[in-house]
Design a protein around this ligand. Structure first.
Ligand code: ADP
Length: 412
C-alpha cells in the first residue's frame, strides 16, 4: 500500500471508530447498536460479513446474536459448540485468530454453512471481554481483497472493546431495572402486609379491650387487678397497631389532611393530658413556657400525635422524678415547639437516625424500653405534611435531649 493510501485508510478507520463511539452514546437498543458496529466492521476490514456470538452458560454454546452481510438470516437459530469450531477456539483461548483458508482448518464447524448455504473462505475473529471475562466472539468473514492483516486484527480488537462497553452498559441497566422491580414488589408486599395485619388484628383486640374494661370495673380483688394488666397490655397493642397503620398511610402517600385553624397551646396541653397519668406515675414534673397570646396553626387533628409522642418519649427516656420542659415560641411566620428532658440523651451520631423507621438507639435484643421505633418516623412524616421541620438536639448520653418542631404560623 502506498503511503498516501495508508494515510487515507488510517483517517477512514479513525472516523469510523469515532462514529461507533457516537452510537455508544445514542438511545438505540443494544441489537441496533451492535448491528451498526458490525456494518462498520465490514467496511473497515473490507470483508463480506460480520457477526457477534455470545456464550450461553446454561448450555455452554455460542449463539449468534447479531450478524450483517451475506446470508445472515437464520443464523440465530444455529448454536455453535466450543469444541470443534473456530469461534470456540477464539473464545476458549481468549485470543484473536486469523484463518485465511477456512477449508484447511480441521476445527471448522461446517453445520452453519450447510444450514445457510453461505461459504466462509477466510475469517478473522477476536474475543469480546468484559472485565477480564470473555463473553463472546466478534468475527469478520471473507476478506474481499487479499488476506486479513495484523492491522485488521488490531482494528477488530479495538471495535470489540467498544462493543463490550455497549453490552456492559446494557447489562448493568437491565440488572438495575430487575433489582428495582423486585424492590418495588417487596415494598408493595410489606405495605399490604402491614395494612392487612393491622386491620385484621383490630377486631379481636377490640373484643379483648371491651371485656378487660368490663372485668376491671365489675370484678373485685385480685381478678380486677389481673383484668387491669390485660387491659394495659391490650392498650399498648392498640397503640402499636395505630403506629403501624399511620406509618403505612404516610409511607404510601395515602394520608389526607383535614386542615383547620388550631391553637398550638391547646394541641400541646391535650397531648400532655394524654400522657399525664404515665408521667405522674413516674413523678415527672412538667413546665410549659408559652406566649400569652393565642398562636395558631393550620393543621389536622392528628398533629397532636406528634407532641404526644415527643412527650411520651421524654417521659420514657428519663429516670423517675425528672423534669420535662415544653417551650412554645412564635416568630412572624413560624412557630417553634421545643420538648426538653433531662433523660438518657442521644449520642451525636444517632440524632438523625432515630427518625428512620424501626430505628432505636438500643439494640432490640438488649432493649430496656418498649416500642417499635416508629413514633419519630411518623412524627417526621406528619410534620413534613404540614410543611414543617422536626429534629433532635442532645449534648450526648446522660445529658438529656431536646426535640424541636417548627411549623408555619397561621393567622386566622
Ligand atoms: P420507640 O417507640 O421505639 O421509642 P421512636 O421512633 O419514638 O420509637 O424513637 C426512636 C428511638 O429514639 C428510641 O428508641 C430512642 O432510642 C430514641 N429516643 C427518642 N426520644 C428520646 C428521648 N427523649 N431521649 C433519648 N432517646 C430518645
Amino acid at each position: 500500500m502506498s503511503d498516501h493510501k495508508q494515510e487515507n485508510r488510517i483517517a477512514d478507520d479513525l472516523n469510523r471508530l469515532v462514529e461507533i463511539n457516537q452510537i455508544l452514546n445514542s438511545e438505540l437498543e443494544l441489537k441496533q447498536q451492535l448491528k451498526f458496529i458490525l456494518s462498520t466492521v465490514v467496511e473497515m476490514l473490507g470483508c463480506e460479513a460480520a457477526s457477534i456470538m455470545f456464550y450461553n452458560e446454561d448450555d455452554q454454546l455460542l449463539k449468534f446474536t447479531v450478524a450483517v452481510g451475506a446470508e445472515s438470516k437464520g443464523l440465530e437459530s444455529i448454536p455453535v459448540p466450543l469444541d470443534g469450531s473456530i469461534a470456540g477456539m477464539i473464545f476458549t483461548r481468549n485470543h484473536p485468530l486469523v484463518i485465511n483458508d477456512v477449508s484447511k482448518e480441521p476445527n471448522h464447524y461446517t453445520v452453519v454453512e450447510e444450514r445457510t448455504g453461505y461459504q466462509a473462505r477466510s475469517l478473522l475473529g477476536v474475543p469480546i471481554n468484559i472485565r477480564h471475562q470473555t463473553i463472546g466472539v466478534l468475527e469478520g468473514i471473507n476478506k474481499l481483497d487479499g488476506e486479513f492483516t495484523d492491522d485488521d486484527v488490531q482494528l477488530l480488537l479495538l471495535v470489540a472493546a467498544q462493543a463490550a462497553v455497549v453490552i456492559n452498559n446494557t447489562r448493568i441497566i437491565e440488572e438495575l431495572q430487575e433489582a428495582n422491580a423486585e424492590l418495588r414488589q417487596a415494598d408493595r408486599l410489606k405495605a399490604d402486609f402491614m395494612a392487612v395485619a393491622s386491620h385484621e388484628l383490630r377486631t379481636p383486640l377490640g373484643i379483648i379491650l371491651g371485656y378487660a374494661t368490663f372485668l376491671k370495673e365489675e370484678a373485685e380483688g385480685e381478678l380486677s387487678e389481673l383484668a387491669k394488666t390485660v387491659h394495659g397490655a391490650a392498650m399498648r397493642l392498640r397503640a402499636l397497631l395505630e403506629d403501624m397503620t399511620n406509618m403505612n398511610l404516610l409511607y404510601t402517600g395515602a394520608t389526607e389532611l383535614r386542615l383547620q385553624p388550631l391553637r398550638i397551646q391547646s394541641i400541646v396541653s391535650e397531648a400532655w393530658n394524654e400522657i399525664s397519668q404515665m408521667a405522674e406515675s413516674q413523678k415527672h414534673q412538667l413546665e410549659i413556657i408559652q406566649p400569652d397570646q393565642d398562636i395558631w396553626v393550620h393543621a389536622d387533628d392528628r398533629l397532636q400525635g406528634v407532641f404526644t409522642n415527643l412527650l411520651k418519649n421524654a417521659v420514657r427516656f428519663t429516670v423517675p422524678d425528672g423534669e420535662i420542659i415544653v417551650r412554645i415560641s412564635a416568630g412572624e411566620d413560624d412557630i417553634l415547639v421545643e420538648v426538653t428532658d433531662r433523660g438518657i440523651g442521644i449520642p451525636p451520631g444517632e440524632l438523625e437516625r432515630i427518625f428512620e423507621h424501626f430505628y432505636q438507639v438500643e439494640h432490640h435484643m438488649t432493649r430496656r424500653y418498649e416500642g417499635l421505633g416508629l413514633g419519630l418516623a411518623i412524627a417526621r412524616g406528619m410534620v413534613e405534611l404540614h410543611q414543617g421541620r422536626i429534629w433532635a438536639e442532645s449534648d450526648g448520653p446522660g445529658k438529656g435531649s431536646t426535640f424541636k418542631v417548627q411549623l408555619p404560623r397561621y393567622r386566622p
